[in-house]
Design a protein around this ligand. Structure first.
Ligand code: 3PG
Length: 306
């Protein structure tokens, strides 16, 4: 079988080597498409593939339709908003992710971002400490729980909310449950966002929630830019000169935000939450194993389009 590893943002060399040995030892062929310039490059490469491993690469209906031999696509990572699941289902393509494999990398970045903003982007200006402050975790899944544990170890109070968890489960995960999202935002010095981009969450964090945050608070987004209502955020930052926003996913209005709010806003130049050697290896190798298991035994653990 031809396994296409299509990564516009390539994995570390060690991860690619590990993927190659898993794929080849199982008797398959690895085809590499890295740093491609156009979506049409992905469409063309997909045409020959029996299986695909991707990161945030866009597996659109066009890609799935062009991939006549495709049987399985694995998103090496957690968020699968880049996969057209309906198209996969329509073409009998099994779609999977690799949950948890890159969570620690994202959680470490979220904590680093809190400290970076607390210390005014590592400029000599007097900053603040995160010890003794409260972080609110919006969605207490794999990443959220790790952020909570790390924040606790740094002396922070941890609150959390998650529509899919009971209060008992949140307590068991080491956080104090917030009754409502409004309560989380109004009682936390930092809110760290860990929700996926779905029809329900897109544009869901804006003026109303952000302006509820206490004086000097910071919003931390290592999730998806789409969950932010950017105009609402801009208005909130305009009205509240004490608030800060730090994000791993540059908003469309970044230039405006940076010009207006200077050191109160920071965005990484490229999404880098999962960009560690360890996360690349964990997610990449898991994806390769899931594909080989699927071909060998029909295993569909982690299938998203059941
Ligand atoms: C994820 O959803 O797993 C992360 O956002 C990582 O995305 P990436 O593979 O594009 O870095």
């Amino acid at each position: 079988m031809k396994v296409l590893l299509a990564t516009q943002k390539p994995f570390a060399a060690a991860a690619v080597a590990g993927i190659r040995s898993i794929v080849e030892e199982a008797g398959h062929e690895l085809v590499l498409l890295e740093k491609y310039a156009e979506q049409s490059d992905l469409v063309a490469a997909a045409a020959e593939a029996d299986a695909m491993i991707v990161r945030s690469d866009k597996v659109t209906a066009e890609v799935v339709e062009a991939a006549k031999n495709l049987k399985i696509v694995v998103r090496a990572g957690a968020g699968f908003d880049n996969l057209d699941l309906a198209a996969c289902t329509a073409h009998k393509v099994v779609a999977m992710n690799t949950p948890g494999q890159n969570s620690n990398a994202v959680a470490e970045l979220a904590v680093a971002m809190m400290i970076f903003m607390a210390r005014t982007q590592f400029t000599p200006a007097t900053g603040t400490e995160i010890q003794g402050k409260t972080v609110g975790i919006q969605a207490f899944g794999n990443v959220g729980r790790l952020v909570g544990a790390k924040a606790k170890a740094l002396g922070m109070n941890v609150k959390a909310i998650d529509p899919f968890l009971t209060k008992e489960q949140i307590v068991a995960g080491g956080a104090e449950p917030a009754e409502t999202l409004e309560e989380l935002y109004s009682s936390c010095d930092y809110v760290s966002i860990h929700i996926p981009a779905t029809l329900q969450t897109i544009g869901s964090i804006g003026y109303e929630l952000v302006t509820k945050m206490p004086k000097g608070a910071t919003l931390v987004n290592t999730a998806r830019k789409e969950v932010i209502d950017e105009a609402g955020l801009e208005k909130a930052l305009e009205e509240r000169p004490d608030l800060k926003y730090v994000t791993d996913v540059a908003p469309d209005n970044l230039a405006v935000l940076q010009e207006k709010f200077g050191l109160r806003v920071f965005a990484t130049p490229k999404k880098m939450g999962a960009q560690t050697a360890e996360a690349n290896v964990n997610a990449g190798l898991a994806a390769a194993r899931q594909i080989c298991d699927f071909f060998a035994t029909g295993c569909t653990k982690f299938q998203l389009n059941k």
